[in-house]
Design a binder for this molecule. Structure first.
Ligand code: NAD
Length: 437
């Protein structure tokens, strides 16, 4: 199948590479010339495990090309739209200008029978509006919405073997045509019995935001319990274990800590509340504002706990911040709790030295005022507090005896609750977790 992928960021670059790896003939298109130049050389413009390998092998096979010219989408039968839908500045709503521009740019190059497939996360109602636009253009193309559930850090695997596929399609013959084409594209996943939900546009759009709203709620729920644990002396990790044994609840996503971030969860729940308000149903998802507030309070908690636990005033302290990306195995610092904590501590006058195996370049571009180090030893040396905020394996497995010999003061703030407090305390550290005595 000849495919175009419009937008080659975290989602689109992986989708284009994975589709080519699966045997399709793919052209990836982006307005960012630097990104396209790197991808064309087989170099991913961001860190994603497994992407260099699929990108190189797909490119070498001749099935994957890149361009900055939307005209090169002509000739493809299926066009995936994977451009960004960030939060509008000063508002909770999603900014749809990139999606609208991509569709408008694509329209002149569509042919009879082509399928445009929305992958970006959009407010409910967007697909119906874009479908009308495509039909009205008279080019004989149709639209489907196929939301993406990949996790950064596992994006290649999640794209090649998704845990479910959702097609939002128009009623009648156009919908049947869309299903037939999508089934051809995803033939390998379908052969592996991947669950498939075929539905209407609105449901497909809502599935994505509902999934993110649920995950955000689960994290904020356990973080709310952490807040209660903090004033009662209870242990939120034991609490999570105990409630997690109930199969109806489940233990996953019940890790209390510094909270969620990234380019999706925070902006998606905000856009959902904004869209619900537009629809006159603001009260239905008003609880998501509370989830967002709980989430942001956890970042503040890490900062406050650090300041309160330091033996010297914060502006005289050196603080080692372990991690900058919003999660391990990613270089993505969009709305990263780790970076936010580092910036806040710096703002209070601390000498912050931050380290991350992949995200320093992205963090520096946003916050040049921080000091970054590529050496764990240098980061820890002379520190008055160690703040663990991104659970990279090398920080999760930090040896408290080794680290203890480097720091000036043995204070650790475990923003991810990943250390064994008994072991750290035995090595002479003052240990502070999240929602733990
Ligand atoms: P991103 O910012 O990394 O990538 C978006 C890309 O689109 C950029 O490279 C940008 O240059 C390009 N672009 C913008 N306008 C364009 C145009 N008119 N033509 C061609 N290219 C254009 O964002 P992302 O993380 O890849 O997210 C993209 C969409 O996918 C968002 O809606 C997001 O919510 C959704 N999504 C992301 C993930 C994820 O983990 N990153 C997962 C699921 C869904």
């Amino acid at each position: 199948m000849k495919i175009s992928v419009i937008g080659c960021g975290y989602l689109g670059a992986v989708h284009a590479s994975a589709m080519a790896e699966l045997g399709h003939d793919v052209i990836g298109i982006d307005v960012d010339a630097n990104k396209i130049a790197l991808l064309a050389e087989g170099r991913p413009p961001f860190f994603e495990p497994g992407l260099p390998e699929v990108l190189t092998s797909a490119r070498d096979s001749g099935r994957l090309r890149f361009s900055t010219d939307i005209a090169d989408a002509a000739g493809a039968q299926v066009h995936f739209v994977a451009v960004g839908t960030p939060q509008k500045p000063g508002s909770y709503s999603a900014d749809l200008t990139y999606v609208d521009a991509a569709i408008e740019g694509l329209l002149p190059y569509l042919s009879e029978g082509d399928l445009v497939v929305g992958k970006s996360t959009v407010p409910v109602g967007t697909a119906a509006r874009l479908s009308d636009l495509i039909v009205a253009s008279g080019r004989g193309a149709t639209l489907a919405w196929n939301p993406e559930f990949l996790r950064e850090g596992f994006a290649v695997q999640d794209t090649i073997s998704p845990d479910r596929l959702v097609y939002g399609v128009a009623p009648g013959a156009p919908g049947e045509h869309a299903v037939a084409l999508l089934n051809e594209i995803y033939v390998a996943a379908l052969a592996a019995d991947t669950p498939l939900v075929i539905t209407d546009f609105a449901t497909a759009e809502l599935v994505k935001v509902a999934a993110n709203a649920f995950l955000a709620t689960k994290i904020s729920f356990i973080n709310a319990m952490a807040e209660i644990a903090e004033v009662t002396g209870a242990d939120v990790t034991q609490l999570a274990d105990a409630i997690g044994y109930d199969a109806r609840i489940g233990r996953r996503f019940l890790g209390a800590g510094v909270g969620f971030g990234g380019g999706c969860l925070p902006k998606d729940i905000r856009a959902f509340t904004a869209r619900a308000e537009e629809l006159g149903r603001g009260e239905s998802v008003a609880f998501l504002k509370e989830m967002d507030a709980i989430n942001l309070r956890r970042r503040q908690r890490v900062v406050d706990l650090t300041v309160a636990s330091l033996p010297i005033p914060v502006h005289q302290a050196k603080v080692a911040v372990l991690g900058l990306s919003f999660k391990p195995h990613s270089d993505d610092v969009r709305d990263s709790p780790a970076l936010d904590v580092a910036v806040q501590l710096r703002g209070l006058g601390a000498e912050v030295v931050a380290i991350d195996p992949q995200a320093i370049e992205n963090a520096r571009a946003r916050h040049p005022q921080l000091t970054y180090s590529e050496s764990l030893e240098e980061t820890l040396r002379g520190a008055d507090a160690v703040v663990h905020v991104t659970e990279w394996p090398e920080y999760r497995e930090l040896d408290p005896v080794w680290a203890g010999a480097l720091v000036r003061n043995r204070l650790v703030i475990d923003g991810r609750n990943s250390y064994d407090s008994t072991v750290w305390r035995a090595a002479g550290w003052e240990y502070k977790g999240m929602g733990k005595p």
